[in-house]
Ligand binder design. Structure first.
Ligand code: PHE
Length: 341
């Protein structure tokens, strides 16, 4: 027994621990409850009683040697851990972060918003899923008026519920929401996505963007409207731009007009884009119809106002010479990457 203990003692001292795997082998061989040392303790009862104290002491020493070697090796291995990070190859290139970029529609919309907010307009937004009442009725579209056909859209629950819900065809319902909500004077623009049931082509899509404006105060006149549009057009399309107002019809404005600017691609001389006319249509506008004011609890005898609305996507196409409106909605990175700042 004594010899076994002494040779085990030597074995333990000589055991080389260089890795976590060595450590585990050592632990399983010597220090666990079913290890060699525990087995020797088990045999202690067979030892001659006179020898027992001495052998017991030797065994205790053996156990202590193993335990402290284990603890030391454990400590040594954990303190060398950081050295394992020597495995990182510092010459490898860093990880690249890809930053996105603003969509061309948002860029143009952003410029438009800036111009109007410099003129004192606030920004109002509303839901794209809109009540028929706000999209049509309160905007003075009579129930069977043909003007509704020009803005056919996607109905969510036509006739099935108390109120028809649809994808808004313009952002004018946001103006209704603002007028129902706030007292004049009101000066807001309403940018956003709108939907129409269009025959899809390179020039028309079922989704597009609008920016509408509304100004209501005392004694607002058509002259105020013209001056505002003119100031906007000069900042957006260039100081040389000329404007043309053509009479038009919208149920919610009276009188109404359509606004053209001199084609900023050919300077008004006539080209393929302006169809040789020298003019590009940019928006509809007019004085807010008294019925609309009344529908929103605003007295038309006391207040008057103008409204205008323009499409954003056409301007984007012309500005960046994009020849198909569908490209704006396909999220094709090959296209969008061309607009990184
Ligand atoms: N809402 C109209 C449209 O989408 C545009 C418009 C807005 C016209 C405000 C006049 C006044 O066609």
């Amino acid at each position: 027994m004594e010899n076994t203990i002494r040779s085990l003692q030597q074995e333990i001292i000589d055991f080389e621990i260089h890795s976590p795997a060595d450590l585990e082998t050592f632990r399983l061989r010597y220090t666990v409850r079913k290890g060699l040392i525990a087995a020797l303790f088990g045999q202690l009862k067979t030892v001659d009683p006179a020898e027992k104290p001495r052998i017991g002491q030797l065994l205790n020493q053996l156990k202590q040697t193993a335990d402290s070697k284990l603890a030391e090796a454990e400590a040594a291995l954990s303190s060398t851990k950081p050295q394992e990070s020597k495995g990182i190859d510092l010459t490898l290139p860093g990880r690249r972060y890809f930053t996105g970029s603003e969509h061309p529609v948002q860029k143009v919309l952003g410029e438009m918003k800036q111009i109007f907010s410099d003129m004192g307009f606030g920004i109002a937004t509303g839901p794209e899923l809109e009540l028929d009442r706000y999209n049509f009725d309160l905007l003075n579209f009579p129930p069977d008026h043909p003007a509704r056909d020009m803005q056919d859209t996607f109905f969510i629950n036509k006739g099935a519920a108390a109120e028809d819900v649809l994808l808004r065809t313009h952002t004018s319902p946001v103006q209704i929401r603002v007028m129902l909500d706030q007292k004049p004077p009101i000066r807001v623009i309403c940018p956003g996505k709108v939907y129409r049931n269009e025959a899809i082509s390179s020039r028309s899509y079922c989704v597009f963007h609008q920016l509408e404006g509304l100004y209501i105060d005392k004694k607002v006149s058509f002259a105020d409207l013209k001056a505002t549009i003119y100031s906007f057009a000069k900042q957006m399309f260039g100081t040389d731009v000329k404007l043309r107002f053509r009479p038009s019809f919208f149920p919610f404005t009276e009188p109404s007009a359509e606004v053209d600017v001199t084609c900023y691609l050919c300077g008004g001389k006539g080209c393929r884009v302006c169809k040789k006319s020298g003019w590009l249509e940019i928006m509809g506008c007019g004085m807010v119809h008294p019925n609309v004011l009344r529908n929103c609890g605003i007295d038309p005898e006391e207040w008057s106002g103008y409204a205008f609305g323009m499409g954003v996507d056409r301007t984007v196409l012309l500005r960046y010479k994009i020849d198909d409106i569908r490209l704006l909605f396909e999220n094709d990175l090959r296209m969008l990457k061309q607009f990184t700042a």
